[in-house]
Structure formats: C-alpha cells, structure tokens
Design a protein around this ligand. Structure first.
Ligand code: GLN
Length: 434
C-alpha cells in the first residue's frame, strides 16, 4: 500500500454526505431569531410551563437510582405497559407490551430505526414521501441506504375563499399519481397525519385509498402520528391507518411523548406494530442507541398513567385550539391568507402579497436558499416574528409549490402570540393591495 504523509494543517476528509457541514434549518432560523430578538414561532417547541404532574414525574425518576442505569433496549416494563394500555384503546386491539412496542429516542429515532430495519443498504430501495415532508425523513432514508421518491400534496384549484384562505382538507394527494410512483423497488410509504406543516388530517377515504395501494404492492406504511392528539375539526378525527382492514400487518405507527406532553426535549417516543415488524426495528434501534434514556421513559410511564384520568390530554387540545384561533386572527388582521390547519400546531401563511423593498439586504447563505427563506428571513429580522421556510420540506423539483409560504408554530402562550400579533402589524405596509 502506498501511503501519503499528511501535510501540516490537513485533516482527514469526512464522507461526501456530511462534508459540507451545512447547518439545519432549525438552527439557522433559531440563530437568526435570537440575533434579531424576534418572537420565535419557528421551531415547534412549546413555551408553556409543564404541568406539575409531569415535572414531578421527571424529578422523581431522575432522583431514583434504579432509573439511572441502562434500560432494556425495548423499553422499561412500566412504560411498555402504559403505552400498551393507551394504544390498545387507540388502535382498537389488545397490544402485547412484550413484543409489539419499542420505546425510542424520540419519534425521529423510531423512524430512522425502521428505515434501517427495512431498507437494504446499498440497494436503493425506494421510500415514497408525500411533500411537504418533515425534513428529517430524506436524510434518514439516505443514511439507511434507501432512495426517497416524492409526490406532492397540491391545493385543489379554486378552493380558496374570498380572502385566499384554503382549508388543509383541500391539499390533496392524486392517488393515480401515487400509484404511478410505485416501482419494483418501492418498500415503504411514509404517512404523516395530522400533517406537519400543512395541518391536514387525512380522511378515512384518503387513508383507504393509500391502504389499498399498500396492500396491492405489499408495502410497509410508516405512520408518523406524533400530533395524534391535536385535531380541531370534529369532522376529521384522527384515524390511525393501522386500524383499517388488513393494515395492522403492514403498519408501524410512531408516537411522541414530547408532543403528547409538551416536553419536546425529553426525546422519548415509541413505535407500535405487529411483532414481525417491530422485531427488526428493535434490532436496528438497539444498534443505533442501544436503549432510550431511562429516567424520562420511566417518567413517561407516570405521565401516561396520570394523563389517563386527569383530563390533561383533552385540556391540551382546547389550549392549542385557542392558540390556533389567535394566530389565524393575527394574520387576518394584516390581510395575509393561510392554510387553515385541521390538526398539529403550525400555520402555513401565504406571503405572496408581501413586497420586500428592493434595497433590503439578505446574507448570502439566505439568498441562495430561495424565496421562502428570504420571506422568512424578512419576517424574522424586519418584522420581528420568526418562522420556518417550508421549502425545506421539499425536494428541489417540488419546492416551488411552497415558495410563497412561511410556517409559523402556535404552540405558544398567549403573551407570545399577542406580541407576535402586535409586531405583525408592521407587515401591513408591505402587503400589496389588490
Ligand atoms: N417537529 C418540530 C417542528 O417541525 C421540531 C423539528 C426539529 O426541531 N427537528 O418544528
């Protein structure tokens, strides 16, 4: 073997995938928001105080020596039992905590573990993503050796009202187009309902159409249901696709303690499905993180048990519903339309009427990212309200669909949403009247 000695100041090279060292959109806009002292409605984290029973649960578990050592890779018995109890009800079947659940390091890790378990490394096995698609899916598919294939949700033409507001129900999937995307290589469809960032809650008819294709082509469905609890229209309740006929056998459903209890920093989630699908996912999870942090999974078991009887989950939904109304009103007041979400805690605002002054300066790293980033940056630094550019949730071929939008999160206390509403008044003078 010939070797070349390193010259001074030369570093070993990273893989082509990571070498650019680019930062993620969350960090980029959190930093911009902090610098501009903007009201941060970007990343979806809550600023509510956690309820006492949740704080007490975590304090108790961190102080318990038995909770500060490794847990079994699948999860601790108490939390597996508590998950089995809640989701036996939701999934309408008796779950076996010993074989049909894995506790993961957040929903992100659950989904990555499933990709690793079902995609053959180096084979370019295909995974269908509906766009906009949460920005973690694409890199995770590639890291697991697979290939993402994209199909965009599109607004039904003419579905907007007189002010330009569209219902998230009117962003739909063309099922013939979806079928055309399925190839011999397709192994997985990722479904996200309630949907981030559109807030769409897929209807029974839509889920049935997706199920029929999954069954026809023997596909696995990863159902990201982390916003399971946040559906605002009684006409579109959350329906887990695993409850549809013939779907239990081909679905892994993914949930999040962070979302359910408003503690996104816990990084505790879980996946649920038949043991044939859970078992390879558990093996992958074991090799990725070995086991999820012990104290907070134990705390999640207490939170799940107590939330069962103290009304917390129902109350949360009422709180978020009010937050949604407040943020929608703030944009009504400045004449900017949006996609009215039926679920989750994001508002996609259509800022196509906003005219940014020609002399407004963008840093190069924002300008190269395109219009949605520039609009978001303008709102962050000039109006003082930060969001996330939803084009980040798209492949380059479909990103134009969202180029006029900004995503704002409404999982915030009244004072924050009121301050945002106040600052948003400043955008009025840039809104083109027509
Ligand atoms: N799911 C959250 C959001 O969409 C957080 C995403 C993240 O921080 N990676 O805002």
């Amino acid at each position: 073997m010939t070797t070349t000695a390193a010259t001074e100041g030369q570093y070993p090279t990273a893989s082509s995938y990571y070498k650019s060292g680019g930062i993620d959109v969350w960090t980029l806009f959190n930093q911009a928001a902090a610098k501009a002292k903007a009201v941060n409605l970007g990343q979806g984290f809550m600023n509510f105080e956690s309820p006492e029973f949740i704080k007490k649960a975590s304090q108790k578990c961190v102080a318990d020596d038995a909770c500060n050592q490794y847990s079994p890779p699948r999860g601790r018995p108490n939390v597996l039992n508590a998950i089995a109890k809640r989701y036996s009800r939701i999934l309408d079947r008796q779950l076996d905590p010993a074989s049909e659940i894995v506790v993961t390091a957040g929903a992100n890790e659950a989904i990555y573990a499933i990709f690793c378990a079902f995609l053959e490394a180096g084979s370019n096995d295909e995974v269908i993503l509906m766009e906009p698609a949460f920005d973690q899916y694409t890199p995770n598919i590639k890291m697991a050796g697979g290939k993402p294939v994209y199909i965009p949700l599109r607004p039904v033409p003419g579905s907007e009202d007189a002010s330009g507001i569209v219902s998230s129900k009117d962003w739909t999937l063309d099922m013939a187009e979806l079928e055309a995307k399925i190839s011999e290589k397709t192994k997985i469809i990722v479904l996200n309902t309630p949907h981030n960032p559109i807030g769409k809650v897929f209807t029974k008819d839509e889920l049935e159409a997706i199920s029929n294709l999954a069954k026809k082509y023997n596909l696995l469905v990863i159902s990201d249901e982390v916003y399971e609890n946040l559906c605002f229209d009684p006409q579109t309740p959350h329906i887990p696709i695993a409850t549809l006929p013939g779907m239990w056998e081909r679905t892994l459903s993914v949930y999040s303690a962070g979302k359910l209890f408003g503690v996104t920093g816990w990084r505790v989630g879980w996946l649920v499905g038949p043991k044939e699908l859970v078992s390879p996912s558990l093996t992958a999870h074991t090799r990725i993180v070995f086991t999820t942090n012990s104290p907070l999974q134990e705390a999640a078991s207490i939170a799940l048990e107590e939330a069962d009887s103290n009304g917390f989950v129902k109350d949360q939904k009422i709180v978020y519903h009010k937050c949604r109304s407040k943020l929608m009103k703030a944009f009504d007041d400045v004449g900017l339309p949006y996609i009215q979400p039926d679920g989750a805690y994001f508002l996609l605002v259509n800022a196509s009427k906003v005219e940014i002054p020609d002399d407004f300066e963008f840093p190069d790293e924002i300008a190269v990212r395109g219009k949605s980033d520039m609009l978001t940056y303008f709102f962050t630094t000039h109006i003082g309200v930060s969001g996330i550019p939803p084009t980040e949730f798209y492949s380059p071929e479909n990103a134009h669909i969202a180029e006029n939008y900004i995503r704002f999160a409404f999982c915030k206390t009244d004072d924050i949403l009121d301050e945002a509403a106040k600052r948003l008044q400043a955008v009025k003078k840039y809104v083109r009247q027509q």
